[in-house]
Design a protein around this ligand. Sequence first.
Ligand SMILES: Cc1ncc(COP(=O)(O)O)c(C=O)c1O
Length: 454
Amino acid sequence: MIHGVQSGQIQELSNKLFSEILLEQTKIMGVKPADEDKKHLSEEVINEYASLKGRGFFFNYMSSGRGHGPFTELVDGSVKFDLIGAIGPNLLGHSHPITIKAHLEAATSDVMMCGNLLSHQEPYKLSKVLLNAVKKSRLKHFWFAGSGSFANDSALKMLWQKKAPNYRLIAFQKAFAGRSIATQDITYNAGYREGMPQTIQVDHIPHFDQNDPTNALQKTIDALNELVKERPNQHCAIMMELIQGEAGFVYGTKEYYEGVFKWAKDHGLYVWVDEVQSFGRTHELFAFQHFGLDEYVDVVTVGKALQACGTLYTEELNPKPGLIAGTFNGSIAALNAGEKVVRYLTEGNFYGENGRMKELEGKFISKLNHLGATTCKGKIGYAGGVGTMISFEVGDSSKDATDKFIKKLFENGIICFSAGKDPVRVRFLIPTCLTDEHIDDIFKIIEKTAQEVL
Ligand SMILES: Cc1ncc(COP(=O)(O)O)c(C=O)c1O
């Protein structure tokens, strides 16, 4: 739907442009090595950019802006499978018709960015589809933020205002919550806040123990009981990623989460779920819906695959005027795309027992297990994940072995990333557009790479 200038001619030209762009992008349809005459480009451009940025890159990756489906072209002309999607945002894959359309429609608008003071129809419509999708919960409002970290900051401020002076927060070991001054303290990895003063008080307790599922809930509850015994009446909320992304997709069961959240409610604590990475990617639009936890959530933060970031919250947590504000909602194109993405996912066959997300999860995990049991015995170990978030361990699950594998995989035509510490895992955030043929090709590359480097 075009919200800017409209005319028959604009529509006709826009349709032509849409087809032309899509046709051009679909030329990028398979893995290929760099072009001889462009081979030097990747390194040259990356090195120059690294010097501007002050730090090097993990991969020699600079996009040419061309790509289609799971394929992305680099400036050197090589084409690779993109199985990390910019660490989450590209859930539908490259040059998806929704993205092209969202851009073209946004070009008819009078501004590039929109914000909180003077509203536009795109943030209004995106808020509406998002809140419509959480009707079974008590979440009633949505506030935009410029990043997942800032969405988390807004959530924390709402909780603090409601529970002042109970400012302590309960979070989980191995959690990642972002890079802002507040979220760096919620993030478990101390290496990410070297030299920083502590700004908020966070107590980290164990998440679901995948090696001891039977006792996992009791271990968490014991730690929680110990904590409130030591620091009674000081906490405002419990903050949890249901599927811990940066930990390499550590996740529990419905019973586990229910046990933890019931404990939180019994102790007068709000439940805050961070879905910045998991949004859109499980067997339901939200991971809290996937695990049937609608009744418990008080605040949910989203980002990445939504193409926008923000905080969903209940009426009770609606903050006083002045606490939450900011210039931007986002770009018109991104917010337009966000609405389309939510509608596409919820109106299509993506969720539920027979949905695409579950199907992709099954295919990836069974193929990884098959490799681990046959040609890659001793080379590929644990494989798991939910929906389009898949992880597996290679070699001795160390950082060295995993990085070596990932770098070789990149050379051989697959882009992915690592996550976690003890064990380190290979992390895929796969796009929904993969065909069976793509998956077969991906597994041939994984098998070859494992045999080359492990
Ligand atoms: C669970 C989780 N929370 C928060 C963030 C921070 O989001 P952003 O990088 O958009 O600030 C991330 C980013 O990876 C994340 O995975």
